[in-house]
Design a binder for this molecule. Structure first.
Ligand SMILES: Nc1ncnc2c1ncn2[C@@H]1O[C@H](COP(=O)(O)OP(=O)(O)OP(=O)(O)O)[C@@H](O)[C@H]1O
Length: 264
């Protein structure tokens, strides 16, 4: 039974000048328990809008049609209370490193503990869970005594991932989680997310514009172009035998990712 089902999803945005932008066009997706889906596409192709639709977090100037069911909750039609129960507890989100949600004036351990208490943890249990979470994202315990500005960008992003995992979600949505980090750190963060996905049996939706990073994933790949999913299927299959011209062009632009041609 899929944990995410998207059927004929359309999202229109009203721009400031009154224009209507068809941001997501007739999208269909499905993701099983513990499955992996990468969404790639150039800037403005609709990736973030699609991801936001999964959490029912579209802005007020958006209008929507179609069906989005996440963990059994109808996100577009369901009551707000059902959506509130879904966010954090069932589905958590990691945003771009540049938009990290950390407070600059509180220590990491304090922020993480507060978040856990807010979500119902007993304060004593919360401290132990905070340390467990830092360990899960491979940060030394000493980090709990540091302020965000004392951490590197990669370490801060690890803290953001720890935040997302606080309530033991089943589904992790990551929107360009490595943007604004240097290439080695990008690879480390992706490896961490993939390792956590496996050890926690998370369903993962990862949005990226970086095909080389996404090529490390297993599961499915959806390629978006101007709001449309133009290619959708197993990553390893599409990376070696793309059918749509857009994916061929993206692959050709990778420095050492030659297309594997079928033997004649
Ligand atoms: N709040 C908004 N109001 C109006 N238009 C929007 C809004 N958010 C997104 N759009 C438009 O919808 C389209 C899809 O944007 P979206 O951010 O989903 O693309 P993206 O693929 O995630 O791009 P990027 O990689 O740059 O984040 C774009 O044309 C964008 O300008």
């Amino acid at each position: 039974m899929p944990v995410i089902e998207v059927e004929r999803l359309n999202v229109w945005m009203q721009a400031g000048d009154g224009r209507i932008i068809h941001a997501v066009k007739n999208a269909n997706l499905s993701l099983g328990n513990g499955g992996q889906l990468a969404i790639i596409g150039e800037s403005g192709s609709g990736k973030s809008t699609l991801l936001m639709a999964l959490l029912g977090l579209l802005p007020p100037n958006a209008s929507v049609s179609g069906r989005v069911v996440v963990n059994g909750v109808d996100v577009l039609e369901g009551p707000e209370a059902a959506l509130a129960g879904l966010r954090w507890r069932e589905v958590a989100m990691v945003f771009q490193a540049s938009s990290n949600p950390l407070s600059p004036v509180h220590m990491i351990g304090q922020q993480l503990t507060r978040l856990l208490v807010f979500h119902g943890f007993d304060p004593k249990r919360a401290k132990a869970r905070m340390r467990e979470l830092l360990d899960m994202v491979r940060l030394p315990t000493a980090c709990e005594q540091l302020y965000p500005h004392q951490l590197s960008g990669g370490m801060r992003q690890r803290v953001v991932i720890a935040f997302a995992l606080a309530c033991r979600p089943k589904i992790l949505l990551a929107d360009e989680p490595t943007t604004a980090l240097d290439p080695i750190v990008q690879a480390e963060i992706i490896e961490l997310i993939l390792a956590l996905r496996q050890s926690l049996d998370l369903a993962l939706v990862l949005v990226s514009h970086d095909l080389a990073l996404v090529g490390r994933m297993q599961g499915d790949l959806a390629v978006m172009l101007a709001g449309e999913i133009v290619e959708y299927g197993p990553v390893n299959q599409l990376m070696t035998k793309p059918t749509h011209e857009h994916l061929r062009t993206l692959l050709a632009a990778l420095p050492d990712f030659g297309l594997v041609e079928e033997p004649a």
